[in-house]
Design a protein around this ligand. Structure first.
Ligand code: ZN
Ligand code: CU
Length: 495
């Protein structure tokens, strides 16, 4: 692992005056170190001092007596490309203490979305069909910067997006010419501020890409050090082969591999998390590999028969053909219609669903693994969202760390801050230290908890007191402040 700690070890001279001081809190600094009582001083967009700061005066004082002061959380797996523009308040995220999101995952990004092939239903993850489309990443970044959201964002370029931009038929591997076009688009995006390249190899728009095609596109990033994040080919049957393919792509293309939402999706795989984590350990001995997880046993996405076939339970969240079926259990719909759930799913497409696929014990093992960061994988435009949209981070802190004791609060914070920043190569973020950006969250460690459930998915989490992004308070005492200080964050370090 790279030494991002050294690079951030800028010891600022202690000022006598600053913009904001958060006094009397317990600082959990994001490195995994034990909490300590300290004040945190902020001027402009940076932390300028941490420690006993009674000698420093401030324009604004925040009393954090009894609360934890931590780096703002980094949601490493999102589909927020469209939400960052269409819902710039980003309430589901700032209400959880999230200050940076990584968008463009699972092969789908809003840029460079040049439309040749008709868009598959999965692109709806990013918003309504015609809302936003950007020929280039530079155009997306310009739109973001013209009307910034409350949170920072790092951007990935999706392989399905590149394929849709360059191919007339996505059901086949790309030709050499098409690969060259994709590489040119990826290069433009990296030059304009993107941090990496993503795939979603279970999806019809990406599935026909061969290993060689993915290597050829990803190689474009070898010089710039972009990250390769992958929703790999198979989470249901041959997960070992799918993980090995991801590692092979990383080795051949010379890039870091990040396994998205690592999980085991079929009864046959349940109980095998120890083995898949050992496989990651073995790979890590020879190359850069990281991973994330969401803290739930149900996933969600497009209606796909492949997932219906193996899920214990399926709830329809959206259907273009039968909007009235949103919120209903698929097996009940099938019973009403006198057909199989698979047939009912076929009739309800295109749409969205929540799939109960995983085993709680496996998920806890993956969550407990020391190289796992946290990503919500939430879909911001679903009419009935998965509770992870509003609950992921307080759930890890309150439910899994505090209540179940899966790991310490310091470790939980590290996974969602310092570790995430190291994996994605963000400099001066994910840590509370002089010189770092003032992305900060103040929360009540006794009270912090998710409240969103499958039945009531939009209930806000509790215990998040204050959220600052680049030195500006964006959330205070359960309310947005109206400020929007998010920036594009980019990968600057490779591990
Ligand atoms: Zn995915
Ligand atoms: Cu995803």
């Amino acid at each position: 692992m790279a030494d991002w700690r050294n690079i951030m070890d800028i010891s600022a001279e202690q000022p006598t005056r600053c913009d904001v001081i958060i006094r009397g809190g317990m600082v959990i600094d994001g490195t995994g170190a034990p909490r300590r009582s300290a004040d945190v001083a902020v001027s402009e967009d940076r932390i300028v001092a941490v420690g006993e700061l009674s000698a420093i005066a401030a324009d604004h004082e925040v009393l954090a007596e009894g609360a934890v002061v931590a780096p703002g959380f980094i949601d490493v797996h999102t589909h927020d490309d469209g939400a960052l523009l269409a819902q710039p308040e980003m309430t589901p995220k700032i209400s959880q203490g999230v200050t940076t999101v990584i968008a463009g995952n699972c092969g789908f990004s809003l840029a460079p979305l040049r439309l040749r092939a008709p868009l598959a239903q999965e692109f709806r993850y990013l918003g309504e069909d015609s809302d936003y489309r950007f020929d280039t990443m530079a155009a997306y970044v310009a739109a973001f910067e013209a009307a910034p959201p409350t949170v920072n964002a790092a951007l990935l370029v999706g392989h399905s997006t590149l394929r849709a931009a360059t191919m007339d038929d996505l059901d086949r591997p790309a030709s050499d010419r098409e690969i060259a076009s994709m590489r040119a688009l990826l290069r433009e995006a990296m030059d304009s501020g993107a941090s990496g390249f993503s795939t979603g190899l279970e999806y019809p728009t990406n599935r026909a890409a061969t290993t060689a095609e993915i290597v050829a596109v990803a190689e474009e990033m070898a010089a710039t050090g972009g990250i390769y994040t992958t929703h790999y080919r198979d989470y249901v049957y041959d997960i070992d082969g799918a993980m090995e393919e991801a590692f092979e792509i990383g080795r051949r293309a010379g890039v870091q591999v990040h396994l998205s939402h690592h999980q085991l999706d079929s009864v046959d795989l349940h109980g095998r998390a120890d083995q898949t984590l050992r496989r990651i350990d073995r790979a890590r001995a020879g190359q850069s590999v990281s991973l994330d997880v969401y803290p739930y046993t149900a996933g969600g996405g497009a209606i796909m028969e492949e997932f219906v076939a193996v899920a214990k339970k399926v709830v329809i969240t959206r259907s273009a053909t039968r909007p009235d079926c949103a919120g209903r259990d698929l097996s009940e719909i099938a019973r009403d219609w006198g057909c199989s759930p698979l047939e009912a799913a076929g009739r309800l497409k295109p749409g969205g669903a929540i799939y109960f696929l995983q085993d709680e014990e496996d998920m806890r093992r993956i969550l407990s693994y020391r190289h796992t960061s946290i990503g919500s994988d939430s879909l911001p435009f679903e009419p009935i969202p998965h509770p992870r949209l509003w609950g992921t981070f307080p759930r890890v802190l309150g439910h899994y760390a505090r209540d179940l004791g899966l790991f310490t609060m310091e470790e939980a914070v590290h996974r969602m801050t310092g570790l995430a920043a190291a994996q994605f190569g963000f400099v001066d973020r994910g840590v509370v230290r002089p010189g770092a950006y003032a992305d900060l969250v103040v929360f009540d460690a006794e009270r912090v908890i998710d409240r969103a459930t499958y039945e009531e998915p939009e209930r806000r989490s509790e215990g998040i007191v204050l959220v600052m992004v680049n030195g500006i308070p964006v959330w205070r005492n359960g309310m947005a402040t109206g400020e929007r200080s998010g920036r594009i964050v980019r990968r600057e370090l490779r591990i």
